[in-house]
Design a protein around this ligand. Structure first.
Ligand code: BGC
Length: 470
């Protein structure tokens, strides 16, 4: 029922334009432009009842490491190759694809081949190339700059070609999910004013910046079989109820309300993209519980943030967004590719300590020294397997960050010849301290290659620490 009302209330701008043009040209073209046989009907949750696309390039990296490793560990590794991961359009050149590699059309063609008879198939595509990208860090700075005509290039050389491909009727039988611009709008919440402000983020908050870019992307990705989810960071970033959380809801509402289809431009939001925050903290579920006379949320690790894990956080965010005016059928996604935190040291029961910090540190499964640590985290494991409707309001657990791909290079002075804009961020250096808390180490793995590159040591660790186990 809901899917019907959604498809009639949403404008489907691009398809609408195409049919209008066809109408003007004559009725034979109308027939040609009508939904082709086998085209997918709009649904509320694109993941429900669907298979999902396995990126063959990523699976090949997994398989070759599995074969090289051999034994029981090799078998566990091999089992990972069956799971769907997102395809990242992380530069203009990714649309065509590198020499000898796959571009966007290649992936969609391969997805058509993977589609099994009548079962729908989702393909998840990350839209990640805003000008001044990754404005509060250096590991994934992109190729476009606001001061160098970046917004025009983003629109014409990046979003327009993606729009043309995703809107191609040849792909109308696929359910295409987009993940829109990880980290962008959340950076405008926390890194424009105050102690963590950066010049790049300040510029990104202005004309030709993130708000305009996200609106343009949404306006041009409106197709009946395309489902847009905007990245909304994670609980350790914006969980504080009096500041970041409501500011985030407001910014997302303002931004998306300003798109042509307004709040109907999106199917929902995704939390934890490429991050490590656990889906659940099984032994820490009540932020206001008193331990040693103080609430758990006041422990050093939580810094008064009551949102300890992604599932409750995503649900709370969804409620707040619906209250702010988003349609009640929006759904949330959670990236669970690396938030498993298993392995032999994972706590199996709640601590009995009466010292608050000891209590939290002995009970939490997330063993990072600080929740702001985001780069190649030591101790992490693969998380929940991709699955549809795992909890109320959650459309799916997805693997957006492909496990085994680095978050950023661990050492300064190494240039990536194919992507010279990938930089060195000290949060990826294991010998450095955390940017937000100088007493804390970065907890990053040593010897990591540039962001997006295959990192065998990390993949091995993620497999060994998977939770649930592989
Ligand atoms: C990198 C991208 C890469 C993606 C997935 C990001 O951190 O900047 O280049 O495609 O991770 O690994």
């Amino acid at each position: 029922m809901r899917s019907t009302s959604r498809s009639t209330t949403r404008p489907w701008l691009r398809r609408g334009l195409a049919s209008a043009a066809a109408l003007a040209l004559g009725s034979s073209l109308v027939a040609a432009s009508a939904t082709p046989a086998g085209a997918e009907e709009r649904v509320d949750n694109p993941f429900a009842g669907a298979d999902a696309y396995v990126n063959p390039e990523w699976a090949e990296n997994v398989r070759s490491q599995a074969a090289e490793t051999g034994g029981a560990l090799g078998q566990q590794m091999e089992s990972v190759a069956q799971y769907p991961t997102a395809v990242w359009m992380d530069r203009i050149g990714a649309i065509e694809g590198p020499a000898g590699g796959m571009g966007l059309r290649d992936h969609l063609d391969a997805a058509l081949e993977q589609q099994d008879g009548g079962t729908p198939l989702t393909v998840t595509v990350v839209v990640y190339n805003l000008p001044n990208r990754d404005c509060a860090a250096l590991a994934s700075n992109g190729e476009l700059r606001i001061s160098e005509n970046g917004m025009q290039r983003y629109q014409q050389e990046y979003i327009d070609p993606i729009s043309e491909i995703l809107g191609d009727p040849a792909y109308s039988s696929l359910r295409i999910v987009t993940i829109v611009e990880p980290d962008s709008l959340p950076n405008l919440v926390t890194n424009v004013d105050g102690p963590h402000a950066t010049e790049d983020c300040r510029e990104a908050a202005g004309p030709g910046g993130y708000v305009e870019g996200v609106r343009y992307a949404l306006d041009n990705l409106q197709f009946e079989n395309v489902y847009n989810y905007v990245d909304i960071s994670h609980s350790g970033w914006i969980g504080w109820p009096d500041t970041n959380f409501p500011q985030t809801v407001r910014l997302f509402d303002d931004t998306i309300s300003g798109a042509a289809a307004g709040v109907n431009s999106v199917s929902g939001f995704i939390t934890n993209t490429a991050n490590y925050t656990p889906t659940e903290e099984p032994f820490l579920t009540n932020p206001d519980l008193q331990v040693g006379g103080q609430p758990v949320r006041s422990a050093q690790f939580y810094e008064w943030n009551p949102q300890f894990s992604e599932r409750p956080f995503a649900q709370a965010l969804r409620t707040a967004l619906v209250n702010a005016g988003f349609p009640s059928d929006i759904g949330m996604l959670i990236d669970t590719s690396r938030n498993g935190w298993g392995g032999p040291d994972r706590p199996t029961q709640v601590s009995t300590s009466t010292d608050l910090n000891t209590y939290v540190d002995e009970s939490r499964v997330d063993t990072r020294p600080h929740r702001g640590n985001w780069c190649n985290q030591d101790g992490a494991g693969i998380g929940e397997r991709p699955q549809a409707t795992p909890a109320a309001g959650i459309d799916a657990f997805v693997w957006v960050k492909p496990p085994g791909e680095s978050d950023g290079v661990a050492q300064d002075g190494i240039v990536d010849p194919d992507d010279p804009n990938k930089g060195f961020d000290r949060m990826c250096d294991p010998t450095h301290h955390n940017t937000w808390n100088p007493n804390m180490p970065t907890n990053a793995l040593p010897n990591a290659p540039h962001a997006g590159r295959w990192f065998p040591e990390q993949f091995e660790m993620l497999v060994e620490n998977a939770y649930p186990e592989l």
